[in-house]
Design a protein around this ligand. Sequence first.
Ligand SMILES: NC(=O)c1ccc[n+]([C@@H]2O[C@H](COP(=O)([O-])OP(=O)(O)OC[C@H]3O[C@@H](n4cnc5c(N)ncnc54)[C@H](O)[C@@H]3O)[C@@H](O)[C@H]2O)c1
Length: 248
Amino acid sequence: MKNLAGKYCVVTGAGKGIGKAIAKRFLEEEAAGVAIWEYDPALAEATARELDPTGKKVIVLRCNVADSDQVKQATEETVAAFGRIDVLVNNAGITRDRIFHKMTDDEWHAVIDVNLNGVYNTCKFVVPMMREQMSGSIINISSTSLMGNPGQANYAATKAALQGFTRTVAKELARKNVRMNCVAPAFVDTDMMRAVGEEKLSASISRTPAQRLSQPEEIAAVVAFLATEDASWVTGQTIFASGGSVCS
Ligand SMILES: NC(=O)c1ccc[n+]([C@@H]2O[C@H](COP(=O)([O-])OP(=O)(O)OC[C@H]3O[C@@H](n4cnc5c(N)ncnc54)[C@H](O)[C@@H]3O)[C@@H](O)[C@H]2O)c1
C-alpha cells in the first residue's frame, strides 16, 4: 500500500483510540510524515515511539485544539518540519454526557470548544495553505450521535454541525482541488466508548445491526480512503461507518 506516498499528514488526538489507528494506517500507506497534535503529550510520545521506532516519520506537537494559539503554533512547527500539510484529520473529540435538563454550562461549552471550535481552529490555519498549494484532503470525525442520542445534546450538536460545516467548506474549496469530508462512526471500541459502562455498552451493541462494536482500524480504513487520490471526486460527504446503524 503506497496510497499516501509523499504525503504529509496531521491527525489531531492521535495519542490513542481512533486517531492512533488513523496515524498507523497512514504510515502503512507510506505517508512521508505524520504529525500528532495531541492534548496529552506523554501519551502521544509513547504512541509515536510505538508506531515509528526510528523516529523518522512521526512528530508530536502538544496541542489543545480548543486553543487557537496552540493550533497556530502546531501548524507552524509542522510546516517547519514537513514543509507542507496534505491531509488533516480532525479527530480530537470529547464527551461530557448528561441528560439535557441537568447539563451544566461547563459540560455544554467544553464539548463545543473541542469538538466544534477545535475544527474551526485547525481549519483556520490549514485551509489557506491547502488553497495556496491547490491540493489537500480534510476529514472531520463526526458521529452517528448526530441522529439523536439521549444524554449527548452537546456532543450531537457538535457532530451535526460538522456535517453542515463540511458541506459548505467543501463547496468553497472544490475549485482549489481541496476536499473535505466527514466520517461518522457509531460505537467504536475505544476508551471513550468503554467509559459509558457495561450496561450501556451492551445496549449499544444490541442496537447495532452488525451486533458488535467496530474496531478503530475499521474507521481508519475509511479515513485513509478519503485521504488518498482514490477519493479524488468525493467531497462534502458524510460516510457513516456504523455497522448498519445509520443507512443514508
Ligand atoms: N469511540 C466511539 O464510539 C466514537 C463514535 C463516534 C465518533 N467518535 C469520535 O471519534 C473521535 C475519536 O474518539 P475516540 O473514541 O478515539 O476517543 P478517545 O477518548 O479514545 O481518544 C481521544 C483522543 O483525543 C485527545 N484529545 C482530547 N481532547 C483533545 C484536545 N482538546 N486537543 C487535542 N487532543 C485531544 C485525547 O487525549 C485522546 O488521545 C472523537 O472525535 C469522537 O467523538 C468516537
